[in-house]
Design a protein around this ligand. Structure first.
Ligand code: PAF
Length: 283
């Protein structure tokens, strides 16, 4: 039976008991409204540890728009049911006060520029907010493993860098992107799309794949012109960026280079709903 923990003291009790019997512990932080992608993180965590603790907490500190925070989908009962079904060991569902009772745990580390581009540039304060919550969870739980999805690749790289500098004992695992049938990367925000918008949103991944094949033929700059052109013609989907970047440093590049692992990153809007995605380029 999955344990449902709501207080920081419950977490302490749970992790103490797990450690006492020699269990390794994995952590899967989420903001709820769970989908197959989240469940794959829990399944990966369970493969690599004895006990998996998922968290459900919509972290206000990482939202730079109050309307986005208010509109974020919530479905606690269903989330608990889904986690239970796949054998998650425990879920932590705290209130704001349980997490942020003391504000002294600021995370001050050098992110070597990882937070300066893409989502960092578009959503001021977002990654600082993500690190504040992740730092608290890592300190409370002291997991052996934590799993994050590649859909939020920049977040993943930033958490890897943070963990390497501050809490190197946590082994960060990367989980591949889960996609809907039309290619749309799974995201809790997809729930806010109408069914027509949701099927149209397959366009984003289709353009990303098109860019991958074009880039090898005509280079990134020409590819960008063509992709921008296609988005301009689309009545409902607005392109915010298409960026070619080094997978490790996240520095932007204007051409592919065979000695670096690179990815294409995309962000776009359907109404006020922001969708992001990325894909690795073969060398
Ligand atoms: O990716 C998310 O859902 C959130 O940013 C995370 C990692 C749970 C932190 O709130």
């Amino acid at each position: 039976m999955m344990q449902i923990l709501r207080k920081a003291s419950d977490i302490q009790q749970f992790t103490k008991e797990s450690r006492a019997i020699g269990n390794s512990l994995s952590l899967v932080p989420t903001m709820g409204a769970l989908h197959e992608g989240h469940l794959s993180l829990v399944k990966m965590a369970l493969k690599h540890s004895d006990v998996c603790l998922a968290t459900i907490f919509i972290n206000p500190k990482q939202f730079n728009r109050i309307d986005d925070l208010k509109a974020y989908p919530r479905n606690e009962e269903r989330d608990i049911h889904l986690l239970q079904e796949i054998g998650c060991s425990a879920v932590f569902i705290p209130e704001y006060e349980d997490i942020y009772s003391d504000d002294s745990q600021q995370v001050n580390i050098n992110l070597i520029g990882l937070d300066q581009t893409m989502e960092g540039a578009s959503r001021p304060g977002h990654f600082q907010g993500v690190l504040e919550i992740i730092h608290r969870f890592f300190v409370f739980v002291k997991p052996n493993i934590a799993v994050f999805g590649e859909k939020d690749f920049q977040q993943l790289r930033i958490i890897e860098q943070y963990s390497k500098s501050l809490i190197p004992k946590v082994n960060i695992l990367r989980a591949p992107i889960f996609r809907e049938k039309n290619g749309l990367a799974m995201s809790s925000r997809n729930e806010r799309l109408s069914s027509l918008e949701r099927s149209e949103a397959g366009f984003v991944y289709a353009q990303l794949k098109r860019a991958v094949s074009l880039i090898h033929e005509i280079g990134f700059e020409e590819t960008l012109v063509k992709i921008k052109g296609s988005f301009k013609k689309h009545p409902h989907i607005e392109l915010e960026y298409l960026i070619l970047a080094d997978e490790h440093s996240l520095q932007e590049h204007s051409r592919i280079s065979s000695d670096k692992s690179m990815r294409l990153f995309i962000a776009c809007f359907i109404r006020d709903i922001r969708l992001i995605d990325n894909v690795a380029l073969s060398r």
